[in-house]
Design a protein around this ligand. Structure first.
Ligand SMILES: Cc1cc2nc3c(=O)[nH]c(=O)nc-3n(C[C@H](O)[C@H](O)[C@H](O)COP(=O)(O)OP(=O)(O)OC[C@H]3O[C@@H](n4cnc5c(N)ncnc54)[C@H](O)[C@@H]3O)c2cc1C
Ligand SMILES: *[C@@H]1O[C@H](CO)[C@@H](O)[C@H](O)[C@H]1NC(C)=O
Length: 448
């Protein structure tokens, strides 16, 4: 026998084949996570993605321990080992009063946990780690440069239509095509218009060069990573340094009622960001002024109400991640919930047993995930409102009241174990409801 390379060992980390063919649309964290989990749990999966090549896009993104627990199982810890040097390693979060800059509360960072790490870093760099694990280590086919405009399904199959007219069929299509999802229209039967959240975010990622040249700001960078937040009326400014203080990154969330297309990168104006923090601790404007204007992004934060369903008529097309449920950044759970979705659907498909059971598994997935996702989505609003309406007298008496919430029901969740625990019960519930419906309307439609 020849020797086994680490990559072969990773590729061998796979359960028995289920015979279920899965198409994933979109290679964001949602799509990649779903494809990786489908592969590991024995399904036969391929990804179709619109972008023609991998690019390191975006800036700061957060994965909380409920996502770290998922990453940590990939390649027996190999994926989290690759992510660790790219991730923020600060010791605690200084939560400051916006005008005086005084630290109202110091929230200690989570200890690094190999089983369920918190991973905060550059979206593009972390994305590359996951993308390469899927493509190179697991050998999942990723077809780039394919923008899917059309989906189809019947009771037995679902599929996509490529630009050249080719139709590709599978047992299930997972549409993880992001916040501007095309698939959403097929699933809902109508176009769901986004609404303005009332906020926009200026965001920037840049090298520490000008920060360390200024004695007033150097301390944020020259003692390793730091994390500071200035919390004020209707606005907050979060600033972190990364990779031993060598990179800097900030986000400034502020009211804005522009109603434009959902997008990531509109160029931002430094002067506008500096104007917005007039009357604040001058340190904030000082940090902003170190930012190269070319790295400033003005992101209009668009929101959607929870969709009535994520599942198509025949339950062979499923919305997953941002296409099903966009999150506000103050939840720090958008990408994390997309990963939980992927683990859940892969597990449900496996427990379903085979291609014929796909619709049941897809419906069970929605039932298992829906209320949890909705509840986590709300934390984005509650944390934002808690910060933007801070009563500073109350914080003096109870400093902890201003901390970033870290709740066990969110962080300790094990998506795989949960799906395994509740799958059978959930399917029985669906069957019972269907039975009730049929009793009421004897000629009604039946589940396949
Ligand atoms: C370029 C980019 C930069 C981002 N930067 C940040 C950031 O800095 N910080 C942050 O917190 N979040 C960022 N996000 C959002 C964040 O990645 C998501 O909120 C979260 O990870 C959930 O991921 P998702 O896979 O559901 O959606 P997304 O990450 O949006 O991925 C959707 C994918 O589907 C592809 N796609 C869309 N339509 C089609 C189609 N018709 N056919 C084929 N493929 C299609 C897109 O190209 C994209 O790769 C960014 C997203 C993108 C696309
Ligand atoms: C981190 O950076 C400091 C200087 O800012 C340097 O002294 C130290 O050696 C660096 N540590 C590592 C692990 O690179």
């Amino acid at each position: 026998m020849g020797s086994i390379s680490p990559s072969d060992a990773i590729a061998a980390d796979r359960m028995a084949p289920t015979g279920i063919k899965v198409i994933v649309v979109g290679a964001g964290f949602g799509g990649l996570g779903a494809a990786i989990e489908c592969h590991r749990q024995g399904h036969d999966v391929e990804i179709y993605e619109a972008f023609p090549e991998l690019k390191t896009l975006g800036d700061i993104i957060s994965f909380m321990p409920n996502a770290g627990r998922i990453f940590a199982r990939w390649g027996a810890g190999e994926v989290t080992r690759r992510m660790r040097p790219l991730s923020i390693a600060h010791k605690g979060f200084n939560i400051r009063k916006y005008d005086t800059g005084e630290v109202a509360y110091h929230q200690l960072a989570n200890e690094y946990s190999a089983d369920a790490p918190t991973v905060n870093g550059h979206r593009g760099e972390l994305h590359e780690v996951v993308f390469e694990y899927a493509r190179t280590d697991l050998g999942i086919p990723i077809h780039l440069g394919n923008r899917i405009e059309e989906y189809f399904e019947d009771e037995a199959k679902a599929g996509i239509v490529l630009a050249d007219g080719r139709r590709i069929e599978a047992d299930v299509v997972i549409a993880s095509d992001g916040v501007r999802s095309k698939a959403r229209q097929i699933v809902l039967g109508y176009e769901d218009k986004p609404k303005s959240s009332g906020y926009a975010i200026w965001r920037a990622w840049f090298s520490n060069k000008d920060m360390v040249a200024d004695p007033e700001t150097a301390h944020f960078c020259n003692k390793g990573d730091t994390f500071n937040g200035w919390i004020g009326p209707n606005m907050h400014f979060l600033f972190s340094t990364i990779k031993n203080g060598s990179d800097c990154c900030w986000v400034l969330t502020h009211p804005d009622d522009h109603n434009i297309d959902e997008s990531w990168s509109f160029p931002g104006k430094l002067s506008e960001a500096i104007d917005a923090v007039k009357g604040w601790d001058p340190m904030v404007a000082r940090i902003i002024s170190k930012t190269p204007e070319s790295s400033l992004v003005d992101w209009k934060l668009v929101y959607r109400d929870p969709l009535p369903t994520w599942v198509s008529k025949h339950a062979r097309i499923l919305l997953l991640g941002d296409s099903a449920h966009p999150f506000l950044p103050t939840s720090a759970q958008g990408a994390t919930q997309a990963l939980e979705d992927g683990v859940d659907i892969a597990t449900c498909l496996r427990l379903g047993g085979g291609p014929a059971e796909v619709p049941t598994a897809v419906r069970a997935h929605e039932r298992i995930r829906y209320e949890r996702v909705k509840k986590v989505q709300k934390t984005g609003e509650s944390t934002r409102d808690m910060w933007h309406k801070t009563d500073w007298e109350a914080v003096k008496k109870n400093p902890e009241s201003i901390k970033f919430p870290r709740e066990d029901w969110v962080f300790k969740h094990d998506a795989r174990k949960h799906a395994e625990d509740v799958y059978e019960r959930t399917v029985r519930g669906i069957q019972q409801d269907l039975h009730e419906q049929q009793k009421q309307q004897p000629n009604g439609a039946s589940l396949p």
